[in-house]
Design a binder for this molecule. Structure first.
Ligand SMILES: Cc1cc2ncn([C@H]3O[C@H](COP(=O)(O)O)[C@@H](O)[C@H]3O)c2cc1C
Ligand SMILES: O=C(O)c1cccnc1
Length: 345
């Protein structure tokens, strides 16, 4: 038995020989070299990650982690906290945005309730894994205790394992107040203050100022403890952010490519990379969110979102919207003729 927690175990490296082979093949296809732009790099990277000469993104699984936030007591969101549980019901009913997109893609969708304020009845496609009645208010104390953050990471790993043998994993989140937690956690990881805070669901300028003050007070209160990414996650993060973090690490450890969503999911991805740097090799970024702090997060991860549609919803929607591009990249790679096959000289 080792004392090192599972989330520190480095993932394998993608197969660079397969990536090189894929790039060579791409240059033989009937097009000017490089003319399919980032679709070419996508196909090569997916081949290397999947360990397959012919990459594919047929089987997609989406896990949406949901939880409430004690910091909502500080009036940092434009909507009431009860919307978190309300949306879990809509995910289950199949008429929320991510449920519609999952159907469009033929993707699996599972919701993991890590901590709505009130319990929910048993619902189709919802796993009841409530660890707490939401987090505690980060402004006045740690959001979670040590056991809870470890359990939330573990629930993320379990959710990924339930996804089974998929070609691509997407993690989404639902939690009113979680752009405050994500901005605080991102600020802690980057050694910033509240610069990453933005309107979230729709705060006005005065609301954003209030949100920034709450984040600055929380960061000040937790001070030097935030130097550890796990402590930062525990003190100013959220249950669903920890679930996402655990799922991303587990996916990388199992050689599964991950398509990261917007602002909150990217903070979880950054947390995963800080806990376990090799995770970065397994991440793709679906889009560039309209939440202003996303730009800085993507830069830090040397990442570029595939789409830039002004989306700012979360739930995994910005990642789901990019899946057709990944599918096209794979189809082009697999199905285009080579110059030789086409008889060109
Ligand atoms: C109806 C509704 C559905 C959502 N689905 C995702 N979010 C998004 O908004 C929330 C974060 O924003 P804030 O920090 O400002 O509360 C998260 O639940 C996120 O997933 C939603 C928000 C609403 C209102
Ligand atoms: O980019 C996101 O994920 C986002 C932005 C605003 C609100 N909820 C989610």
């Amino acid at each position: 038995m080792s004392d090192t927690p599972w989330w520190h175990t480095p993932p394998p490296r993608p197969d660079t020989a397969l990536a090189a082979r894929a790039r060579r093949r791409l240059d033989t296809l009937i097009k000017p070299p490089g003319s399919l732009g980032r679709l070419e790099a996508l196909a090569a990277t997916l081949a290397a990650q999947q360990g397959r000469p012919e990459p594919q993104v047929e089987r997609v699984h989406i896990s949406v982690f949901a939880a409430d936030h004690g910091v909502c007591a500080e009036a940092i969101s434009s909507v009431p906290q009860a919307v978190t549980a309300g949306m879990v019901r809509r995910f289950s009913a199949g008429d929320a945005a991510i449920a519609v997109l999952a159907r469009q893609l033929g993707a699996g969708l599972e919701v993991i309730n890590l901590g709505t304020l009130e319990p929910l009845p048993a619902l189709p496609a919802v796993v009841d894994a409530r660890l707490a009645r939401g987090t505690a208010n980060m402004r006045t104390g740690p959001a979670m205790d040590r056991e809870t953050v470890a359990a939330a990471l573990e629930e993320g790993r379990r959710a990924f394992r339930r996804a089974g043998d998929c070609d691509l994993f997407i993690g989404g989140e639902m939690g009113i107040g979680n752009t405050t937690a994500a901005a605080a956690l991102g600020g802690a990881l980057l050694g910033l203050g509240s610069e990453l805070a933005g309107p979230g669901t729709g705060l006005d300028a005065a609301g954003v100022e209030r949100k920034r003050a709450v984040i600055d007070q929380a960061l000040h209160r937790h001070g030097p403890h935030l130097a550890s990414p796990l402590e930062a996650l525990r003190r100013v993060g959220g249950l669903e952010i920890a679930g996402l973090t655990g799922a991303f690490i587990a996916a990388a450890q199992a050689r599964s490519p991950v398509l990261v969503d917007g602002f909150i999911a990217t903070v979880a991805a950054l947390t995963a990379v800080r806990l376990n740097p090799g995770v970065r090799d397994w991440l793709h970024f679906g889009h560039h969110s309209a939440e202003p702090g996303h730009t800085r997060l993507l830069q830090t991860l040397a990442a570029e979102g595939l789409l830039d549609l002004g989306m700012r919803l979360g739930e995994g929607t910005g990642a789901a919207a990019a899946v057709p591009l990944l599918r096209m990249a794979c189809a082009l790679y697999r199905e285009m003729a080579t110059f030789q096959e086409a008889g060109f000289t």
